[in-house]
Ligand binder design. Structure first.
Ligand SMILES: Cc1cc2nc3c(=O)[nH]c(=O)nc-3n(C[C@H](O)[C@H](O)[C@H](O)COP(=O)(O)OP(=O)(O)OC[C@H]3O[C@@H](n4cnc5c(N)ncnc54)[C@H](O)[C@@H]3O)c2cc1C
Length: 454
């Protein structure tokens, strides 16, 4: 296919921007485009490593002039397909950060990961509302709503967004907030993609002077008993307590410590913010459920919340695939089905099967983050280079067919990474919200210039 711009056009762009402009034959492009998943090797026609907001404006205007689709990548945690044409804008150089303890806000460049923001806020007993993995990018997470280890006490991460700066698909720089472009602001808090390129967000930080949190690990023989104990306990805990469980079958690969290779364990994660004196009593029934192999629950610095879920940090060569379903209701019958399919005796090739307790009665702001009416979130992750369909058919489809009766109509979009793009909207949003998002995208992203949902 012919590339719709010349080397001279690209050289002119390079003169107007601060960051690198790399063409397909540039050996540096592979490094620039590499993200979290090492099995993807992106090959866009041109990559722009945006170092300033104005670089983003120039890049998008170049793409418009030469009719190029625009992909955006920060960390690559949410990039699951090869990018093989058009323009790639990488945002990692947009790394400015300003924490203002007086207003309890952080202004965050679009290239930052949650860890950097958490580290900067912690000295003031303030914390951003993040996901399970501190290495995930701030903007990609927030655009999808964002549910993490404080989901019940603090809601979606996007509930804490105060304003967003964005270069639209028409190449215009706009601010979206409650008072400016408020319809777009609604969409940018959960509408996920296809609006423009975010350059910066301002978020409110939560006051968390104390956090009691971490995980318990149980060996295979205790999985069923502990799951039943957790399920009873979780249904009664105050709605400031967030927890989750994950049955983990460690693959027999060298990246896993030798003692755990091939082992099946249950990880029970819990976070109790701002309740130092009674947190231990709240967690006691989990400790009493069975003897734990490892107990890493205790007072936790706000800089270490990654220890709650212990998601892998390093860029991964393994081809992982996931599936998630929000549950409207949760009861003993669901749990027994879960234990039968995925407990120690379940014959499943899935690597991680997780239940997150996320439901609360707290009032929620009106944003595009759908999937608020669920109680628990079921997700499964498999590692398989090629056999995704096989893995799904053999291990998950029978369980999901039975689980249909508990399923909520929508699932938070950040958990739908491997759903085909034309099915995401129906899975993530009510018909009304999907239509509202389409109308906003049509305005801010004419011709679908910025690649994403439509
Ligand atoms: C290990 C792991 C743990 C996770 N845990 C959670 C969790 O607990 N809760 C949760 O809600 N989600 C979670 N996620 C999902 C994660 O939030 C999404 O995959 C998110 O999109 C990742 O954003 P990123 O910027 O890191 O990734 P990227 O791949 O860089 O970006 C993903 C997408 O976000 C959009 N995007 C990123 N930056 C911009 C920008 N500046 N402007 C416009 N669009 C942009 C683009 O559409 C891009 O394709 C997890 C993912 C992984 C891999």
């Amino acid at each position: 296919m012919t590339i719709p711009f010349t080397h001279q056009d690209a050289a002119n762009l390079a003169d107007r921007v601060t960051g690198p402009v790399l063409l397909a034959d540039d050996p540096r492009l592979a490094d620039e485009a590499r993200g979290q998943f090492l099995f993807l090797s992106h090959s866009p026609d041109i990559a722009v490593g945006a170092a300033t907001e104005s670089d983003v404006v120039e890049a998008v205007r170049f793409a418009i002039a030469h009719d190029l689709p625009v992909h955006v990548q920060s960390t690559g945690h949410g990039t699951h397909d090869h990018i093989d044409r058009g323009m790639l804008i990488t945002t990692r150089r947009l790394d400015h950060l300003h924490v203002d303890p007086a207003s309890r806000t952080a202004t965050v460049g679009a290239g930052l990961r949650w860890r950097t923001v958490a580290d900067a806020a912690a000295p003031y007993d303030l914390a951003p509302i993040t996901g399970s993995a501190p290495a995930v990018g701030v903007v990609g997470f927030l655009l999808g709503g964002g549910l993490g280890p404080l989901a019940r006490s603090h809601g979606f991460g996007s509930d804490w967004v105060r304003s967003v700066r964005l270069v639209t698909g028409a190449g215009e720089l706009v601010t979206a907030s409650d008072t400016e472009n408020s319809e777009l602001f609604w969409a940018l808090r959960g509408g996920k993609s296809g609006f423009g390129v975010v350059t910066q967000v301002t978020i409110e930080l939560a006051e968390i002077p104390s956090l009691y949190a971490g995980s318990l690990t149980f060996s295979a023989e205790h999985i069923a008993d502990v799951l039943r104990a957790w399920s009873r306990w979780s249904r009664d805990v105050p709605d400031t307590v967030t927890s989750s469980v994950a049955v983990i079958r460690f693959p027999d690969v060298e990246q896993i410590p030798a003692s755990m290779r091939g082992a099946t364990v249950l990880s029970v994660r819990v976070a109790v913010p701002n309740a130092a004196e009674d947190a231990e009593a709240i967690v006691a029934p989990l400790r009493e459920a069975a003897p734990a192999m490892a107990d890493d629950i205790g007072p936790m610095p706000l800089t270490e919340t990654g220890r709650i879920h212990n998601d892998p940090e390093d860029p991964s060569p393994m081809h992982a695939w996931s599936s998630a379903h929000l549950l409207r209701t949760f009861d003993d019958a669901f749990l027994e089905s879960f234990i039968g399919s995925f407990g120690a005796d379940g014959e499943t090739p899935l690597t991680v099967v997780e239940l997150r307790h996320i439901g609360t009665e707290r009032p929620v702001p009106d944003t595009a983050a759908d999937g608020r009416d669920g109680t628990y979130l079921f997700s499964a992750l498999g590692i398989s280079p090629t056999a995704q369909d096989e893995l799904y058919d053999s291990s998950l489809a029978p369980f999901l067919a039975e689980a249909e009766q508990w399923a909520a109509p929508q699932t938070p979009v950040n958990f739908l990474a491997d759903v085909p793009i034309d099915e995401v909207t129906a899975r993530a949003w009510s018909a009304e919200n999907a239509e509202r998002l389409r109308a906003i995208r049509a305005q801010t992203n004419p011709n679908g210039r910025i690649v994403g949902l439509r």
